[in-house]
Design a protein around this ligand. Sequence first.
Ligand code: FPP
Length: 255
Amino acid sequence: MFSKPKEKAATEQMLDLDRIPAHIAIIMDGNGRWAKARHLPRIAGHQQGMQTVKKVTIAASDLGVKVLTLYAFSTENWKRPSSEVNFLMQLPIKFFDTFVPDLIKNNVRVMVMGDISALPAPTQKVVNQAIADTAHCTGMILNFALNYGGRDEIIRATKAIAKRVQTGDLTADNVDESVLSQAMMTGSLGDLADPDLLIRTSGEERLSNFMLWQLAYSEFVFVDQHWPDFDGESLKAAITTFQGRHRRFGGLENK
Ligand code: FPP
């Protein structure tokens, strides 16, 4: 039998602190199954998942990650029972009410992508307040995808570009990757807009409408742990896996 401490030691040995991915995106999956396995209601999984968000945010910031994007609520999640949706809408309030001082202490700036105008007013208020309270922070950007969908984002960007063409601000021939990237919800991140590493927890291996444009050349790491069980060590292990990959961006590997 191999022991866990040994695995962790190996992970720490192999992690190269000089090659930490600049932008990590995470699909935080498995809250419901984590709760079910403990005979708890699904919302207990989300509550525990929020604690994991806190731990992983600090771990990522300590490692020198520049952008951490977390898929917190998708445009499809409205289909869940209203009691669960209501709880998920309360989570940002619970999170920011208790965590903004830690974010500021760690120099972490909050950003949000998605249509937050559709969220309940108290949730919008807290989210906007957290963005304002951390606007001066110059360290890691903690980017929450809230009421976010990759296809919705592409449609919005396409409409915005079409309007620019209509008004003569841009010609159709000038629409290129850079124009589209800037029109995406990650446009303000500039060179950091595209995640280097995508992590999905809970063993599922699909994108679920997440960052369809930005993930074109990202490395994907799927881990079996459910999100509430994920922690700083899991993050380091995923980064170590990333560091073992050879990114070629469609070209040939440098030998
Ligand atoms: C997916 O697990 C998880 C979600 C849809 C919600 C994710 C939200 C959090 C982790 C907390 C977010 C915290 C903040 C601060 C906004 P699932 O419910 O689909 O799990 P299952 O596939 O096992 O049912």
